[in-house]
Design a protein around this ligand. Sequence first.
Ligand SMILES: [Cu+2]
Length: 157
Amino acid sequence: MQHRYTLALAALLAAGAVHAAEPAATAPAACAIDVEGQPGKKFEPNHIVVPSTCKDFTVRLIHTGKNSKEKAGHNWVLTKTEDIDAVMVDGIKAGVAHEFLAPGDARVLAKTPMLGGGETATVTFPVSRLAAGQSYTFYCSFPAHAQHMRGTLTLQP
Ligand SMILES: [Cu+2]
């Protein structure tokens, strides 16, 4: 009995230790979301609604593929929909050293680092950065992905 309890406690502690490293775990559930960067250049989900009651919003990106970040990296980059194509073009010019984003690009509202297969990263941004009625697009700035690997985000009216 004691042994079983110890095992259960160890499992709980281990789970807690894993989550403690993730900022998403400390935010209220509705103010955070997990987004998978999947093989086939897809985000799941590909539409996010941010509750206007949240002060901050956290996206945890999970690269569910197996390729290295040099071969098929994924990141999560948020811009206004009307900015996305220009941000993409400038990002590709900025090159791999800048993870395909122009340094200091003010049109980038939030971004994670570029990840390789099996890696995760989180980004938290203030919801005050978003406006109701504005269309936002998130994308992966990896060159072969940038055009197609996209999703949309809106602030809940
Ligand atoms: Cu990608």
